[in-house]
Design a protein around this ligand. Structure first.
Ligand code: OGA
Ligand code: MN
Length: 227
């Protein structure tokens, strides 16, 4: 079957099997975990960049708008670096993320408008306590407008004793329903408001990208900050 290419939508992904699986999973259960998901060349390029970054090129991550170092340290101990498209690997990542955005908008009518993402380094002992990436209810309360969360992992040879699992929770359950190994090229996608999650303490250096698709909630003349 020949499908028309509409330049308004950028690259046309038709029935890309990976994107289709993510859409199906989100529709049926609000989350998707797919091992070996990232295109190999993209995963390799991002991994190479991560390995070339120095410790000083990461910044300690904060919580919401808080500058309280003690509070932040209690909640999360990772170090982050925002992805702005400064390298070929970053450009390829942003392009791939944008293709996923357009695909999901077309398939699920999510109205995803923008994307932000950062590299994250969890040194040994680092964790991120149970949280949601966006709060239900008042959409302006946390000013994030995050709808969909994406996490990708860059840890070749990760072993069970290395810890650092991503635990996913049902909102109404105390115990997690899934524990994800942060293995190389594994991709996790979930609805930001629906899936509480936590990063268990890592016992070796753990690398990931976390990203969020947002809707455009600009009201009147209040323009949303980009992040
Ligand atoms: C986050 C997050 C998970 C991970 O940054 O909000 O939940 O596995 N990250 O890095
Ligand atoms: Mn999170």
């Amino acid at each position: 079957m020949q499908l028309a290419f509409d330049p308004r939508f950028g690259d046309f992904d038709g029935e890309d099997p990976l994107f289709s699986q993510i859409a199906d999973d989100l529709q049926s259960k609000a989350w998707s975990v797919i091992p070996s998901a990232l295109p190999p060349a993209l995963a390799a390029a991002l991994h190479q960049q991560l390995m070339s970054l120095d410790e000083e090129q990461f910044a300690r991550a904060g919580v919401g708008r808080s500058n309280d170092f003690t509070l932040n340290s209690f909640v999360r101990r990772d170090e982050i670096r925002w992805i702005e498209g400064g390298t070929d690997a970053e450009k390829d990542w942003l392009q791939w993320s944008n293709r996923l955005r357009l695909f999901l908008n077309r398939r699920l009518f999510l109205g995803l408008f923008s994307f932000e993402s950062h590299f994250a380094h969890y040194p040994p002992g680092a964790f991120y306590k149970k949280h949601v990436d966006a709060f239900k209810g008042n959409p302006r309360q946390d000013t994030s407008n995050r709808v969909l969360s994406v996490v990708a992992y860059f840890n070749p040879g990760w072993l069970p004793e290395d810890g650092g699992e991503l635990a996913l929770y049902d909102e109404h359950q105390v115990e997690p329903f899934l524990s994800v190994t942060p293995a190389f090229a594994t991709l996790v996608v979930f609805l930001s408001e629906e899936v509480p999650h936590e990063v268990r303490p890592a016992r070796r250096d753990r690398y990931s990208i976390a990203g969020w698709y947002r809707v455009n909630n600009s009201l009147n003349d209040q323009i949303d900050p980009p992040r």
